[in-house]
Design a protein around this ligand. Structure first.
Ligand code: S3P
Length: 442
């Protein structure tokens, strides 16, 4: 995809956004459903899988490791090979743009007697892998190349050692990679994290039959998985992605007269920091009809426009909204007063340096923004000027966040390349225009 021509798109000031829609399946849960299905025996049937580039790359990797993946109507069926049963791939494993696919799969491969060369696009090839490779090396993974970036060749082993690992950065990807490796170790593997990160791995592993327990230890979260695990294929229903829904919610919050409901969205509290913040800013955000689907809480999220005020977003909230800061920054430009977002170190190592890309996009559109260390401050002035072109740096969330910015600004906002939106949310433009957003080719 990185080779295709850049595709610019322009967002114009729009009338009220009104409607009831469904956004595609959660990306985190979709990756996990495919991988856990591969590690289970029997068939795992997944409905609502996110059919976007990142997840489809994971599906291809699962196939390359010896598992059947077929689409039967709206359901994906994975014929798993059991923990320890994956087979030697015959070609490079290509993760495209996806850090989640790549890092979690490193944990899976670690527990198998196979050697694999992992590759990705230019964005993924810049992202840090040592955070995952360090603990996996301690467990017995061999990293053939002396690098910390893709392309990397790694060799797993069927005799991994269990470890206790305290994560140096708040990262569900690191936690998940270690827990997945722990499935094939002999004995108990424990991950300790200071701030709770998204817990889909824990929930879904338990659902597939792994022995897993979570407890507080000295104020930290300890998650322990038993090794020599056996997983059994189970049906998985993937709820709608709250990180994708955030773009629609943000648009409804900033465009006067809007009233948008997004159905069946995952509202697991390790993922809802953005909605909490939107409420604190004064938007009307309701979680209607709360229910459970596939072991996860879901609700219909209704957002209505309101006058917004700037707020301080504490660092402790960052893990629960880490992917939503670019779009929150766009919303903050519409508030009265400053919005101060703290604890954003991890934003620098996403699909792009999102801290820098967000600040640059705001500045290009006449919005005051400053970075002090890991803090981003945005000056809200009610209606932003707009009129700028935003550089997306192969980053889907930067592209979508700045298209949202343009829906209420005085002048249109141009995004230089929306190609990468397909990595997580191919239906984005269609859903937005269906609600009344004016997104047009240049
Ligand atoms: C993800 C975890 C987060 C998030 C990413 C998906 C996951 O990354 O940014 O989009 O599915 O585990 P980190 O855990 O590295 O912060």
């Amino acid at each position: 995809m990185s080779q295709s021509l850049p595709k610019p798109l322009v967002a114009h000031r729009s009338g009220p956004l009104v409607g009831r829609v469904r956004v595609p399946g959660d990306k985190s849960i979709s990756h996990r459903a495919l991988m856990f299905g591969a590690l289970a025996t029997g068939v795992t049937r997944i409905t609502g899988l996110l059919e976007a580039e990142d997840v489809l790359n994971t599906a291809h990797v699962v196939e390359a490791l010896g598992c059947g993946v077929t689409r039967v109507g709206g359901t994906f069926e994975v014929r798993g090979r059991g923990v320890g049963g994956l087979t030697q791939p015959r070609a490079d494993l290509d993760f495209g743009n996806s850090g989640t696919g790549c890092r979690l799969m490193m944990g899976v491969i670690a527990g198998h007697d196979i050697e694999a060369r992992l590759v990705g696009d230019a964005s993924l090839s810049r992202r840090p892998m040592r955070r995952v490779l360090d603990p996996l090396r301690r467990m017995g993974l061999t990293v053939i190349d002396d690098r910390e970036n893709l392309p990397l060749t790694i060799r797993g082993t069927s005799s991994l050692l269990p470890i206790e690992y305290r994560t140096p950065v708040p990262s569900a990807q690191v936690k998940s990679a270690v827990l997945l490796a722990g499935l094939s170790a002999t004995g108990e593997t424990t991950v300790i994290e200071r701030e709770a990160t998204r817990d889909h791995t824990e929930r879904m592993l338990r659902y597939f039959g792994a022995e897993i327990r979570t407890e507080m230890r000295d104020g930290m979260h300890a998650i322990t998985v038993s090794g020599d695990a056996e997983l059994a294929g189970r049906p998985v229903v993937v709820p709608a992605d709250p990180s994708s829904a955030a773009f629609l919610a943000a648009a409804a919050a900033i465009v006067p007269g809007s009233d948008v409901t997004i159905e069946g969205v995952l509202v697991n509290e390790t993922r809802t920091g953005f909605y909490t913040t939107l409420r604190e800013m004064g938007a009307s955000v309701e979680f209607a009809n709360p229910r459970e689907e596939g072991g996860e809480p879901i609700a219909d999220i209704r957002v209505r426009h309101a006058r917004l005020k700037g707020v301080r977003v504490p660092a402790a909230r960052a893990p629960s909204m880490i992917d939503e800061y670019p779009v929150l920054a766009a919303v903050a430009a519409y508030a009265d007063g400053e919005t101060i977002m703290e604890g954003l170190a991890e934003l620098k190592v996403k699909e792009s340096d999102r801290l820098a890309a967000t600040a640059a996009g705001l500045a290009a559109n006449g919005i005051g923004a400053r970075i002090d260390g890991d803090t981003l401050t945005v000056e809200g002035r009610g209606t932003p000027r707009g009129g700028g072109t935003v550089v997306t740096h192969m980053d889907h969330r930067i592209a979508m966040a700045f298209l949202i910015l343009g829906l209420g600004s005085d002048r249109p906002v141009e995004v230089d390349d929306v190609t990468f939106v397909a990595t997580s949310f191919p239906a984005f433009t269609g859903l937005m225009t269906g609600l009344g957003a004016r997104l047009e080719a240049r």
